[in-house]
Write a protein that binds this ligand. Structure first.
Ligand SMILES: [Fe+2]
Ligand SMILES: [Fe+2]
Length: 282
């Protein structure tokens, strides 16, 4: 079983509020975890609309990377049993474009005072057939430069290589299911690493933000689409930092894949359990 409920996302479903952020509640074979916590307490409020208390429901929280649109919600969590993230997630970051703080919402110590924190650059098998990938190597030619913003440190303006930008991969009977946050390290780099870690080639689904805002760099988007075709990726769920014109472009040009749009409140049943399949037939 691999089910997802979208709690925070840029697109609203009309009834529930959206925000520039990402948070997913995932159920993998009965093991429930949060993938990111969005930009505010919205993920908690939206979960409540489904009768869900995320503090009770989620066994783990896995953080894709430290940007505030994925981590600000941590301020509102009461008792996460374990929070998994990369050490660089705690970096102080500033958006040069918006001239605001865009990094982790609290110090490492303050997070540790409340929650059990598991900090690692390495890949870890969170449970059988489910991995947090840790630091993503950048191996694909056209993604060597990643999708990096500039930030500020003691030296002044520097490129932020977002070493903490990671992903989650599940190995299922249908193939790999890969969840990404913003895709700063490059969506194809992430997929390549997921295949390497799991030893499985077939990718059933990729979901999240690919960091494609507008069609300005069409050559790179075309190469990404070619990569998806070559790898026969069956399902592509696009949202967060992918704009509508890019999703339209994927729909027109990646006809070998099913394309889905993320929106708050949407549920995706990627792999159904035997019970769920049976219930559907009855
Ligand atoms: Fe980001
Ligand atoms: Fe983001």
């Amino acid at each position: 079983m691999f089910n997802i409920l979208v709690l925070s996302e840029n697109r609203s479903n009309g009834k529930l509020e959206g925000e520039f952020g990402l948070s997913l509640l995932v159920n993998f074979n009965g093991y429930k975890f949060l993938f990111d916590t969005g930009a505010s307490d919205l993920f908690i409020r939206n979960a409540k609309a489904f009768g869900i208390d995320v503090d009770i429901m989620a066994e783990n929280v896995i953080i894709s990377h430290g940007h505030s649109d994925h981590t600000n919600g941590l301020k509102y969590l009461k008792n996460a049993k374990r929070i998994i993230l990369h050490p660089s997630a705690f970096k102080m970051r500033y958006s040069m474009r918006q001239r605001t703080y865009s990094g982790f919402p609290m110090s490492e110590q303050s997070l540790k005072n409340i929650h059990n924190v598991y900090k690692t650059k390495d890949t870890i098998e969170v449970m059988p057939n489910l991995w947090y990938l840790g630091e993503i190597p950048m191996t694909v030619d056209f993604e060597k430069d990643g999708n990096f913003a500039t930030t500020l440190d003691e030296a002044g303006q520097v490129i932020d290589k977002t070493e903490d930008d990671s992903a989650v991969v599940a190995s299922t009977g249908k193939g790999l299911i890969i969840l990404v946050g913003c895709g700063h390290r490059g969506i194809c780099n992430i997929i390549e690493y997921a295949k390497k870690v799991t030893g499985q080639e077939q990718v059933y689904a990729v979901l999240g933000g690919f960091h494609m805002r507008g069609l300005g760099n069409k050559a790179k988007i075309d190469k990404t689409i070619e990569y998806f075709k070559k790898n026969r990726i069956r399902n592509v769920y696009l949202g967060h930092c992918v704009t509508d014109d890019v999703i339209d472009y994927f729909e027109e040009n990646l006809t070998s894949s099913k394309i889905f749009r993320l929106a708050v409140g949407k549920k995706f049943y990627m792999e159904k359990s035997i019970e769920e399949n049976l219930a559907e037939k009855l």
